[in-house]
Write a new protein. Structure first.
Length: 348
């Protein structure tokens, strides 16, 4: 009987000790953020959709993090946001104080063996994304290309501005050039969509393909003044804002082309287009705190009001959905990856 009581007391003692250590650890992680500053590293230049979403999140997320740390946005444009992705993966300290925001198409680029990739998407810690993207192609009205029919009838290739491989601004026109009869001259090298927009306004390019969610906010005056129009949609079903604008899939005649467009534009470039990530090795407790804070921000009435005022659509994607999407890309067949590589990656 005595031995049983001793064993029982030892079991209770061990359970209490484990609970106490867990509580101490949890409290320590929560207190970690006090008086700290979190950086959101945005992979594109200021003024674009990524920048607008990140600044809105930065204004509201702090109150959902224990210790209420300050949150700032740092722009690190270049290579279609690959510079930022590489930085967050291998240079940023994995302490929970650096959050990366770079385009999801770069996850696919990893599996295609793109030049310059030094990250492994499966090792990032994911917070989620504020919205699943609806991609569109827009043209300036002064160019005269104000519909798909006029685009098809153009006697010379239409100049489309873009960032770099892995960005939807590049991937969409590459797919359209390969699988439709649209005449396209792709002009790459811009640091962000804001730079592409300026190029379109200046007449350097005719238009570009990007997210409607980001463009309708950042190019608001131009669109309201009818100085640019949406001529094509890269979605599975017409967006409510563009019920009569043609879908890209209607111009693609091959099954191969439709399948590639679905994976690259609607899944990699849509569902996980705007993910927020943490460096590999970030303590799990801090990851969980920030994941909860991110999703709480997406439900925050003040944040939603701010987003509505800025015309930022909110339809959050959680960390698990992003992880599942990445797992799906990892399962793509070698033949499919080879075809994607042929179409999407620049010739070296």
């Amino acid at each position: 009987m005595l031995k049983q009581n001793v064993r029982w007391l030892l079991a209770i003692s061990m359970a209490f000790t484990c609970w106490l250590l867990s509580a101490i650890s949890s409290n320590a992680q929560e207190r970690f953020f006090e008086s700290k500053t979190i950086r959101i590293v945005v992979g594109f230049s200021p003024g674009g959709g990524f920048d607008a979403y990140s600044r809105a999140i930065a204004r509201h997320m702090s109150k959902h993090i224990p210790g209420n740390p300050a949150i700032i946005v740092e722009n690190m444009g270049g290579a279609g946001s690959m510079i930022a992705a590489n930085y967050v993966y291998s240079q940023a300290k994995p302490d929970g104080l650096t959050i990366g925001n770079w385009i999801g198409g770069l996850i696919l680029q990893q599996y295609l063996g793109a030049k310059g990739v030094t990250y492994d998407a499966t090792k990032f810690e994911w917070l989620g994304a504020p919205v699943a993207i609806s991609n569109v192609c827009l043209m300036t009205t002064k160019s005269g290309i104000t519909s798909v029919d006029k685009w098809l009838a153009a006697k010379t290739p239409v100049k489309i501005g873009a960032e770099a491989a892995g960005s939807t601004t590049s991937d969409i026109p590459r797919l359209l050039a390969r699988y439709t009869k649209l005449p396209i001259q792709l002009i790459e090298g811009y640091k962000g969509v804001s730079d592409v927009r300026l190029a379109a306004e200046a007449g350097e390019v005719t238009g570009f393909c990007s997210s409607w969610e980001g463009t309708k906010t950042s190019w608001r005056k131009v669109l309201e003044n009818k100085e640019a129009v949406v001529v094509l949609q890269g979605v599975a079903k017409a967006h409510p804002d563009h019920p009569t604008v043609p879908l890209a899939s209607s111009l693609i005649t091959s099954e191969e082309g439709r399948e590639l467009f679905k994976i690259v534009v609607q899944e990699a470039g849509g569902t996980m287009n705007r993910p927020y990530s943490l460096p590999p090795g970030t303590p799990k407790e801090r990851v969980q705190i920030l994941q909860k804070a991110f999703m709480a921000t997406m439900r925050d009435p003040e944040f939603l009001a701010d987003a509505k005022k800025a015309r930022l659509d909110i339809d959050p994607v959680d960390a698990q959905e992003i992880e599942q999407a990445i797992a799906g890309l990892k399962k793509l067949s070698p033949d499919m990856l080879a075809k994607m590589k042929e179409v999407l990656l620049p010739k070296r």
